[in-house]
Design a protein around this ligand. Structure first.
Ligand code: DAH
Length: 345
């Protein structure tokens, strides 16, 4: 009886007809749900094929039914693959093209003052200078006394300088680092320092209570005013262009003798006269001069013998350089963190 039943069930499956029908259904599936339906219908536990396989008694039938199963499984896998590929090309937003450039992320950059500071440092590193760090908190001894400031000098007043206590100030200029460097090193010295200085100024277009200076100091045998002029001309050309010229106006600083204010020929009009140079053809760069021997005395004339060594010094404002070169009308813009301004540089 049982053999008859088996024969009957198996006979109900015509492998060729079933394969043709199933492959047609599998290939007709246009979604993964439809494919799943076809797979369950032809390969599921209750499918004619699985039922027939369960009742198989002879080797030949088993072999052909198993081959049929393998063909159908392969057809399902192939169709699944095709569908997957079709969906991903049909929805390009889901496709991943590794050759496309990425989404640009907003990127910051150095503040203009930092850029100019590094530019100036590069110029002097190229001349063999060392870049030293100064202190923003200084004693009155280094900020005033050592720089030969007379007791009555107005910069010693709390109306001009920010005092932390009677003997301590926020440095009003970078010049104290000249003294600290001379104390720490013997001549020859070729150094610059850059950094913040503080003054009790009311902010306006040209004044900020904090700004930046670059201070330079060169001490060696045989240093002359011509070396100072050549060095500042080299800097002016690096900052404002190769055609710049330099002139000196005499001035007074307590720590230099003689003292000079360097002017650079206007880069905007080349000296003809324009709003940038206030129609003078020249732009003021800062202060400079030959190191006053009083400073050597302060650090020790045995190490700095004024009969043997001489030197020059200078101090320039970095904001001023930036304002001139980039036409920035108001010094307060450097401190306002307004990206509309900062992102231009
Ligand atoms: N310290 C001066 C100032 O802040 C600038 C200056 C002038 C620096 C002459 C120097 C110098 O080194 O020699 O106004």
């Amino acid at each position: 009886m049982s053999s008859k039943k088996t024969a009957g069930t198996v006979a109900a499956v015509n492998p060729q007809a079933l394969e043709a029908e199933a492959v047609r259904a599998i290939e007709a599936a246009t979604t993964s749900e439809e494919l799943d339906d076809a797979r369950i219908r032809y390969l599921g536990r209750k499918s004619a094929l699985k039922l027939a396989l369960r009742d198989v008694r002879d080797r030949e039938t088993g072999k052909s039914l198993n081959e049929l199963r393998e063909h159908l499984e392969a057809a399902v896998a192939r169709r699944a693959d095709e569908l997957e590929r079709a969906t991903s090309t049909r929805r390009p937003e889901e496709a991943f093209d590794v050759t496309l450039p990425g989404e640009p992320l907003p990127r910051g950059h150095l503040h203009l003052i930092t850029q100019i500071r590094r530019e100036v440092e590069d110029v002097f590193l190229g001349l063999g200078y060392q870049v030293v760090d100064g202190r923003e908190v200084e004693t009155t001894r280094y900020n005033f006394d050592a720089l030969n400031m007379p007791p009555w000098h107005p910069v010693r007043s709390p109306r001009q300088t920010l005092f932390l206590d009677d003997d301590t100030v926020l440095r009003s200029e970078t010049s104290p680092s000249q003294i600290r460097t001379m104390e720490q090193q013997d001549p020859p010295i070729y150094m610059i320092t850059t950094g913040r200085v503080y003054r009790r100024d009311t902010p306006d277009v040209t004044h900020a209570p904090t700004f930046h200076q670059v201070e330079g100091l060169a001490i060696d045998e045989g240093i002359t005013l011509a070396d100072l002029k050549g060095t500042l001309l080299h800097l002016a050309r690096a900052l404002f262009g190769e055609d710049r010229r330099l002139r000196f106006r005499t001035h007074f600083f307590p720590f230099t003798e003689p003292s000079m204010e360097p002017d650079v020929s206007c880069f905007a009009c080349d000296g003809g006269g324009c709003p940038t140079c206030k129609y003078s053809g020249w732009i003021e760069m800062g202060g400079s001069g030959m190191v006053d021997p009083a400073l050597y005395e302060f650090v020790g004339a045995d190490r700095y013998d004024p009969e043997r060594v001489s030197g020059f010094a200078f101090g320039l404002g970095l904001e001023r350089i930036a304002q001139l070169r980039h036409g920035i009308p108001d010094i307060r813009l450097f401190w306002q963190s307004d990206l509309r301004v900062l992102s231009q540089f």
